[in-house]
Design a protein around this ligand. Structure first.
Ligand code: SF4
Ligand code: SF4
Length: 210
C-alpha cells in the first residue's frame, strides 16, 4: 500500500514542482524561512503519517530529543488552554528546517502557492502579507491580486491559483487511481501524540518515545 501511496506522491510532486516553476517570479521561499510551519494544524491522513514515521525513525537521538521536547511543550500549551483553536509551531521543525523534509505530508508540499477552490474562491498564502510569496502582486487592502501591480512587473508569467486544496488532493478518486487509502485524517500533533503512546507501550531503543 505504501508503494502505491509513493506513486501518488510522485505524481502530485511533479505537478506541484511544475506549478512552483511557473510561479517563480512570485515565490520567495528560501532555506531558513519557516513561517508556514509555525501557525497551523497541519492535517495528515493515516498513510501520510505512516510515511512520515519512516522519516522520524531515521533521525539521530539528538533530533529525536528536540522533537520530544517540542511535543511536551505543546502538550503543556494545549493543557493550559490559552490557544483555543490550537494552531501551533510544528514540533518537527528544528532550527527553522523541517527534520523530515523528504517524508513530509501533502499539505506541507503545497505551502507557498495560491489555492483555487471549487466555489471560485482563492486563498493567497499568508506570507504574502510578510513581504514573501506573491507580495509583489498583492493588493493588501483588498486582499486580492492586483492587475496593476502585475502589469508594472512586466513579466510574462501570470500569478495563478491552482486546485491544490487538501480536500482535493486527498479525494477518493486518487485512492481509486493509485489503489491505496488515505485513512483517517487529523492534525499532525494528534498523530504524534498517538504515535508516542503506541511506541511507549513497546520497546524503547531507536524510537521516538515520550
Ligand atoms: S512536517 Fe515539516 S514541512 Fe510540514 S509543517 Fe512540520 S516542519 Fe513544516
Ligand atoms: S511558503 Fe512563505 S513562509 Fe513558507 S517558506 Fe515559502 S516564503 Fe517562507
Amino acid at each position: 500500500m505504501l508503494t502505491n501511496y509513493l506513486n501518488y506522491l510522485n505524481f502530485i510532486n511533479n505537478k506541484l514542482n511544475k506549478f512552483f516553476i511557473s510561479q517563480k517570479p512570485y515565490i520567495f521561499c528560501k532555506k531558513g524561512c519557516s513561517k508556514c510551519c509555525k501557525n497551523a494544524k497541519y492535517f495528515y491522513s493515516k498513510i501520510e503519517f505512516e510515511y512520515l514515521s519512516a522519516g522520524l525513525k531515521l533521525l539521530n537521538s539528538e533530533e529525536k530529543q528536540i522533537i520530544i521536547n517540542n511535543i511536551n511543550n505543546l502538550k503543556q500549551e494545549k493543557k493550559a488552554g490559552s490557544n483555543k483553536n490550537f494552531v501551533y509551531e510544528c514540533p518537527l521543525l528544528i532550527n527553522d528546517s523541517c527534520s523530515v523534509y523528504d517524508y513530509r505530508g501533502i499539505i506541507c508540499r503545497t505551502f507557498g502557492l495560491m489555492t483555487a477552490y471549487n466555489d471560485g474562491s482563492i486563498k493567497i498564502p499568508f506570507c504574502a502579507y510578510n513581504n514573501l510569496n506573491y507580495s509583489n502582486v498583492i493588493d493588501t487592502e483588498n486582499e486580492k491580486i492586483s492587475v496593476e501591480k502585475f502589469k508594472k512587473l512586466n513579466i510574462k508569467e501570470e500569478p495563478l491559483a491552482f486546485n491544490i486544496s487538501y480536500e482535493y488532493l486527498t479525494d477518493s478518486d486518487f485512492e481509486k487511481l493509485f489503489n491505496f487509502q488515505f485513512g483517517e485524517k487529523k492534525p499532525l500533533f494528534n498523530w504524534l501524540i498517538d504515535y508516542s503512546k503506541r511506541k511507549s507501550a513497546v520497546s524503547c531503543d531507536t524510537r521516538l518515545c515520550i
